[in-house]
Ligand binder design. Structure first.
Ligand code: ADP
Length: 511
């Protein structure tokens, strides 16, 4: 898409554990990719520094090439003493999905297993050690290559140590220009770290173990007290963002702050936090051009959607009825996503003669696997696909009449937005970014309304919204088709949100 060029071009370096399309586990990878690409189009100089995971498909990294070797300080705590070493690190460069990347990994992978294994998280390596090493390596690379970006944009706990190391170590080693932005995509994981484990960065963690810095307040009085990397990241950043205004409010009010409640209550932290709603990548998610679909469609030419629905029904062995609404859920299967409500929706669809398609995986997938193989094996209206599949995701969004997101909490949520872009009507629990993006048909004017929402965490609340949507589909098809077209026309791209990020960058950047 065409972006306005900003008058001042900033040098922005992201530190991240994920980058779509090839190093993506959840929304984090999409968000960094979408934001980076849009800022590049706006005329900024953007680079993403990320781990060179062993599992990355190297053939999908354009122009992959060796850049330099660097010696990265590293430590290990032993009997109260820190033993310092350096780890020879190989830095590569390339382009992933249009975004220039710097990939770092130990030069001799056989001597240590950092970032090795068949997947991004939960591989065979020690995550805390690997990401602490990664933060140090990224900063060391910036120092060695003589770069002075305006902005270091950090994401999630995995990269928070870079904020601590930048201000306490690297600002005395010649890195002076960067200002730091931390984006919190999810406060569920905050990076707990023993003081001695922080030594993996080559720096003693003790200096960070105060309430004002990175001490994990819930461990005060315990032996030993611990650090919390996300807390440290917030303290040591110039600005902190989270991925929707409502989630920011929920976090600041303490409701969703979890263990970091007392940190977030502090005025000097509180005043730095703001919410910027995520966009979606409207080129990657474009029903008018999507090559993974049997037919393309748009608000002006919506007919292809019916074909996509028929094709999915046929492919999955479902009853090929255009009059049964397809209710889709595409999600990681973890408690955050409202597992009990996903299950309740499945049975409600069964009762109401709707079809239900789940694409999901994660540590709560056992029950769904069992149902898929027994109760709903070859069922004509229910299909539970317990797996991760990019191409199936595209086909399901395109076929869906309803996209359901019944999360217990949701920092932003992308699937409701992607679903809308493909003409589905979202049914969501009114929390976090879902509350910011979905407006209920029964309380908003036509044109403004785009879906159905509910408040409670019980099945009755879910039924209330889902039933209203199913009735709408069944009894007012013309109005439903209009709603679907409205949703396809909604502006969901990164244009709007990237402008907010650029304004934030400018508000803190050095000349
Ligand atoms: P989260 O980041 O919490 O996982 P989001 O809604 O922000 O949730 O982002 C989820 C992203 O991951 C979307 O792009 C969605 O399409 C994708 N996704 C989730 N589960 C699957 C799956 N099983 N197969 C394919 N894509 C998935």
């Amino acid at each position: 898409s065409v972006q306005p060029r900003d008058s001042r071009s900033l040098d922005v370096v992201h530190f991240t554990a994920e980058l779509a399309p090839i190093a993506k586990v959840g929304g984090l990878g999409d968000v960094v990719h979408g934001l980076a690409r849009t800022c590049l189009a706006r005329g900024h100089n953007v680079t993403v520094i990320m781990p060179f995971y062993e599992c990355l498909p190297q053939d999908q990294i354009e122009g992959l090439g060796f850049d330099m070797d660097i010696e990265v300080p590293k430590g290990k705590s032993w009997d109260g003493e820190i033993q310092l070493t350096t780890l020879k690190t190989a830095v590569y460069r390339g382009v992933i999905g249009g975004v220039p990347v710097i990939l770092v990994r130990p030069a001799d992978w056989d001597a240590c297993n950092l970032f090795r294994g068949g997947r991004i998280y939960g591989g065979s390596y020690n995550e805390l050690e690997s990401y602490l090493y990664f933060c140090r390596a990224g900063l060391e690379y910036l120092r060695c290559s003589g770069q002075q970006p305006h902005i270091l944009h950090l994401h999630e706990w995995q990269t928070c140590a870079a904020a601590l190391l930048y201000w306490e170590v690297y600002s005395a080693l010649g890195l002076y220009r960067p200002r730091v932005v931390l984006t919190i995509h999810n406060l569920d994981n905050t990076g707990e770290c023993r003081q001695d484990e922080f030594a993996f960065t080559g720096i003693d963690g003790e200096q960070f173990a105060t309430i004002e810095r990175a001490l994990d307040e819930r461990t005060i009085g315990h032996n030993p007290e611990r650090l919390n990397l996300m807390k440290g990241g917030m303290v040591y950043s110039n600005a902190v963002t989270t991925v929707s205004p409502t989630y920011a409010k929920e976090v600041l009010s303490g409701m969703q702050a979890g263990w970091l409640r007392s940190t977030l209550m502090r005025p000097e932290v509180n005043s730095k936090v703001r919410g910027i709603l995520n966009g979606i990548d409207v080129e990657e998610w474009d029903p008018a051009r999507d090559e993974l679909l049997p037919a393309n469609f748009s608000a002006q030419f919506p007919d292809g959607k019916a074909l996509c629905k028929k094709y999915l029904q046929r492919g999955l062995g479902l009853d090929e009825s255009p009059d049964k609404p397809v209710v889709a859920v595409i999600t990681r299967l973890v408690p955050q996503k409202g597992i009990h409500l996903i299950k309740a929706a499945l049975f409600r669809c069964l009762d109401k003669g709707a079809q239900f398609v789940l694409l999901g995986s994660g540590h709560c997938d056992g029950e769904f696997k069992a149902m898929a193989e027994q109760q709903f094996k070859d069922h004509k209206d229910i299909r539970l696909l317990v797996m991760y599949s990019e191409s199936l995701a595209h086909q399901i969004y395109a076929a869906a009449d309803i996209i359901l997101v019944p999360s217990m909490f949701e920092p932003c949520g992308l699937t409701q937005m992607i679903g809308m872009r493909y003409g589905a009507v979202p049914v969501v629990r009114k929390t976090g970014g879902l509350a910011d993006t979905v407006r209920d048909v029964d309380s908003h004017a036509p044109g403004e309304a785009n879906g159905y929402t509910f408040d409670g965490t019980d099945e009755g609340s879910l039924h209330g919204a889902l039933d209203r949507a199913l009735t709408h589909f069944k009894e007012q098809r013309a109005s439903w088709t209009e709603l679907s077209a409205t949703n396809m026309n909604t502006e969901l791209s990164w244009s709007r949100s990237s402008a907010d990020y650029v304004a934030l960058y400018n508000s803190i950047a050095m000349p």
